[in-house]
Write a protein that binds this ligand. Structure first.
Ligand code: FPP
Length: 256
């Protein structure tokens, strides 16, 4: 459906203040399994239908001027799911990255990934690297896939790297500060997410970007991920724009 045929979406879009769009939106995509099971289908059918929602999130984010979109696609804990589901998900990721490359190029999307990428199957790892190389020059929006990612994995890696730097004399305990921690995280160079969305009605963070979301606004949507669309995203952004972000200050200080 093109824009002219969807006045309800246009009306939502018109309410968004383009000067206050979050630079970085992170999403915990949840509910694929439940969506499929409610239709009497295998869980993987939910994941396949979730690809359309990824497209909706990406095009919606690009349309309103979000510069970074980060999606929790596969957690460290997801490796413990039944082997058939893990294999099917990896296969889906490879096929999607390959089939969407042209679209990513046409829309100025730079593909990025965070997580223990070395633990991915070779075909997934190679396709990912190839797509990241191909899109490296794009500047409209950065799409980051969190793959084999968990925040505790990332924080442990950061602690070990800083400890090794102290041990080997490259830095000292006194020099450790927030900026140094940031430099050792997989998200280094990105602004912190200002808005974190989780779908499916669950109200948990599930080991996602724990350091980075210190001041993020949290938006929990009851929508199951395969039903997520631009309207869900725009409503989350409108909710974000109605919040007063105080960063520890009082209301009169942020609104003098
Ligand atoms: C959570 O639903 C979703 C996932 C673990 C996988 C997300 C993957 C996709 C949407 C596939 C395509 C992704 C990209 C980036 C191309 P769940 O299985 O935990 O659902 P449940 O809580 O209902 O069981």
């Amino acid at each position: 459906m093109n824009k002219a045929e969807n006045p309800a979406l246009d009306a939502l879009l018109a309410r968004i203040d383009r000067q206050r769009v979050p630079k970085h939106v992170a999403i915990i995509m949840d509910g694929n399994g439940r969506w499929a099971q409610s239709k009497g289908e295998e869980r993987i059918v939910g994941h396949s239908n979730g690809v359309r929602s990824v497209r909706e999130a990406l095009t919606g984010a690009t349309e309103v001027g979000v510069q970074y979109l980060t999606l929790y696609a596969f957690s460290t804990e997801n490796w413990n799911r039944p082997r058939a589901e893990v294999d099917a998900l990896m296969d889906l990721l490879v096929r999607t990255m390959a089939s969407e490359l042209e679209e990513l190029m046409a829309n100025g999307v730079r593909l990025n990934a965070i997580g223990d990428l070395e633990s991915l199957p070779k075909s997934c790892h190679d396709t990912l690297m190839e797509s990241m190389r191909a899109t490296a020059g794009n500047t409209r929006i950065t799409l980051t896939l969190a793959l084999s990612y968990s925040s505790r994995w990332e924080l442990l890696r950061m602690v070990k790297r800083i400890a090794a730097d102290v041990r080997d004399g490259r830095t000292s305990v006194q020099e450790i500060d927030e900026a140094m921690v940031d430099r050792h995280l997989t998200t280094y160079g990105m602004p912190e997410p200002e808005l974190l969305i989780r779908t499916s009605g669950e109200q948990r963070i599930s080991n996602f970007l724990l350091w980075q979301i210190a001041y993020a606004e949290l938006h929990f949507s009851p929508v199951l991920w395969p039903d997520f669309d631009k309207a869900t995203l725009f409503n989350a952004i409108l909710d974000f724009q109605n919040r007063e972000r105080r960063f520890g200050l009082i209301s009169e200080q942020v609104n003098p």
